[in-house]
Design a protein around this ligand. Structure first.
Ligand code: AR6
Length: 169
């Protein structure tokens, strides 16, 4: 039974088994959550990402997929990198966003992670409207068959927190 919890704050400050990164397919860093994770987690994360690019992800990590690295200096054992879809209005595919959550939880299960912190994937630079992204995220987690005991959504601002809280009421 997976419990969904909500926190307003910075995902890099969470103590969990795995922190999910809203990455891009290059796996080589960026802004938002990605920038914050690499800054606070230190260079070991990027070193692992480069190894992934040099081995099984030569062309990058496809949208909707997930892969784990060390969490470096974060208070976590792993970072699970997932690539959300860029929002494209009516042409956007919610299944790809749902896949980020499902794939991340599959990786968490392979690792044996029991507590996993997620950001609201695709709702920053990738432009997905928060209300829609939150509904997709919660539905995907609820539908997942996983041994993860706690899925913690970490929302950066109060408005995002309220959107998730309303959905979970
Ligand atoms: N903790 C929790 N949430 C955060 C934090 C934080 N430290 N910082 C931002 N958010 P984004 P995306 C929120 O842009 O939309 C990067 O450059 C933010 O307010 O991080 O999936 C990558 O390299 C928003 O609600 O991810 C990619 O190129 C949510 O996290 C691209 O951005 C996601 O915003 C991915 O874009």
């Amino acid at each position: 039974m997976t419990t969904i919890t909500l926190v307003q704050g910075d995902i890099t400050r969470q103590s969990v088994d795995a922190v999910v990164n809203a990455a891009n397919s290059s796996l080589l860093g960026g802004g938002g959550v990605d920038g914050a994770i690499h800054r606070r987690g230190g260079p070991a994360i990027l070193a692992d990402c480069r190894r992934l690019r040099a081995s099984q992800y030569g062309k990058g990590l496809p949208t909707g997929r997930a892969v784990a690295t060390t969490a470096g200096e974060l208070d976590a054992r792993w970072v699970i990198h997932t690539v959300g879809p860029v929002y494209q209005g009516s042409g956007s595919d919610p299944a790809l966003l749902a896949s980020c959550y499902r794939a991340s939880l599959e990786v968490a299960d392979e690792l044996g992670a029991r507590t996993v912190a997620f950001p609201a994937v695709s709702t920053g630079a990738y432009g997905w409207p928060m209300a829609d992204a939150a509904r997709i995220a919660v539905e995907a987690v609820r539908a997942a068959e996983t041994a993860v005991e706690e899925v913690r959504f970490v929302l950066f601002d109060e408005q995002a927190y309220r959107v998730f809280a309303e959905l979970l009421r």
